[in-house]
Design a protein around this ligand. Structure first.
Ligand SMILES: C[S@@+](CC[C@H](N)C(=O)[O-])C[C@H]1O[C@@H](n2cnc3c(N)ncnc32)[C@H](O)[C@@H]1O
Length: 374
């Protein structure tokens, strides 16, 4: 007989060892992760590998009670998990991240909470445990099959949040106003509906990546004027909200190649504060491509992916090249924004913040009045 209690306690102690408060740790004890992981899933530590409860129960239990995220859907369900590879589109997030975001959310008993991205249902169950009662948690999932499995997982442990299938960007007005809003998919833009459906004083916690490089956790406070303002207390990499997935960058082979005086690594390895500044000042998206003997930074205009560039450092070469496509010199703009950030004294990410209003969102430096614009 497997020592389930010992495994659950081990995970709780791990989460406690990360400095999380007792109420987070107790929630991990009360809501065991294994009740939310399907029999076949994909473990993600190191090289991804399939875990199958029937075939190899030891490997399954080990993975479920390890520190890793467990992928529970590939390619929006189009690819069987047993295939072992594809785009990750739903998961049980890494326990350390789940705990950190719960700590930041800080739900109180009696609160009404909106979750976006039900996934396996584990987070909805943890929050339900923390706020108590029935039906105080509303969770929205875009994928009907994922939502259906979550409903079964939750019912099996006697937990009854309100579950909806739909686009979480619209929130759920029926359950509003909310005291807490927890998004568990990655956002580039915070949908205003989530702010509008929250009470003044409410807290919104969401994975957030404005476009260039690093992925953050944003913690926003809703103000009486209907705006939300906050900062980036941590980092977290989540699957994108479906409607906010980055566009595919076409490689039509056109464009022009020129030398780049800036080493692509300067931009690709820029600190998180620089990523926020570059995102705000350019509105561009950029990421690093890891290739065998090349270091590449891809940059593109998300509104028009026909404007893109690849800045390349070839191993062993002293000079660097940039291949730019479209009229907009996106690589040059990105470099200019980087050096503007450097000229400010290289402010770190904790000096930046985010404001969300009915008209959109803006990033700022030091105070909400000092908005950075493209
Ligand atoms: C990392 S998983 C969420 C993990 C989940 N909270 C848990 O405890 O298992 C992200 C989920 O967000 C969902 N999602 C993506 N876009 C969404 C949207 N627009 N509205 C609601 N859910 C969405 C995905 O289908 C996926 O199930």
């Amino acid at each position: 007989m497997r020592d389930q209690g010992g495994l659950v306690e081990g995970l709780a102690e791990y989460v406690a060892g990360l400095g999380n408060p007792g109420w987070v740790v107790d929630a991990f004890r009360a809501v065991p992760r294994h009740r939310f992981v399907p029999g076949v899933a994909l473990a993600t530590e190191g090289e991804p590998y399939v875990i199958d409860l029937d075939d190899d129960p030891d490997a399954w239990w080990r993975a479920v009670y390890s520190r890793q995220a467990i992928v529970t859907q590939l390619d929006d369900g189009a690819t069987d998990l047993r295939a072992g590879k594809g785009d990750y589109t739903s998961s049980s997030s890494a326990p350390a991240t789940v705990a950190e975001l719960l700590r930041l959310l800080d739900p109180e008993p009696g609160d009404h909470v909106l979750e976006v991205g039900t996934g396996t249902g584990w987070t909805a169950a943890l929050i339900s445990h923390l706020v108590g009662g029935h039906g105080r948690v509303t969770s929205v999932e875009v994928d009907a099959a994922v939502a259906g499995q979550a409903a079964k997982n939750l019912a099996a442990i006697g937990c009854s949040p309100v579950l909806l299938v739909g686009d979480g960007a619209l929130g759920c007005p029926d359950g509003a106003p909310y005291d807490r809003v927890h998004v568990t998919c990655g956002l580039r833009r915070v949908p205003y509906a989530l702010v509008a459906q929250a009470r003044p004083g409410a807290v919104i916690v969401t994975p957030f990546a404005p476009g260039v490089g690093e992925r953050f956790v944003a913690r926003l406070r809703v103000l009486p004027d209907g705006t939300a303002v906050g900062r980036f207390p941590g980092f977290a990499s989540y699957m994108w909200m479906r409607s906010q997935r980055p566009p595919a960058v076409p490689d039509d082979g056109g464009g022009r190649t020129s030398p780049s005086r800036v080493h692509p690594r300067v931009i690709g390895r820029a600190p998180a504060g620089a990523d926020l500044a570059m995102s705000a000042l350019t509105g561009l998206n950029a990421h690093v491509g890891r290739e065998e003997d090349r270091y590449v930074v891809y940059v593109y205009d998300p509104a028009d992916p026909g404007h893109w560039a690849a800045a390349v450092h070839q191993d062993g070469e002293r000079d660097h090249t940039v291949h730019q496509v479209g009229d907009r010199p996106v690589w040059d703009e990105l470099c200019d924004a980087y050096f503007q950030w450097a000229s400010w004294g290289e402010p770190d990410h904790d000096r930046f913040g985010l404001t969300v209003t009915p008209d959109g969102q803006s990033l700022w430096l030091d105070t909400p009045g000092r908005v950075l614009r493209a």
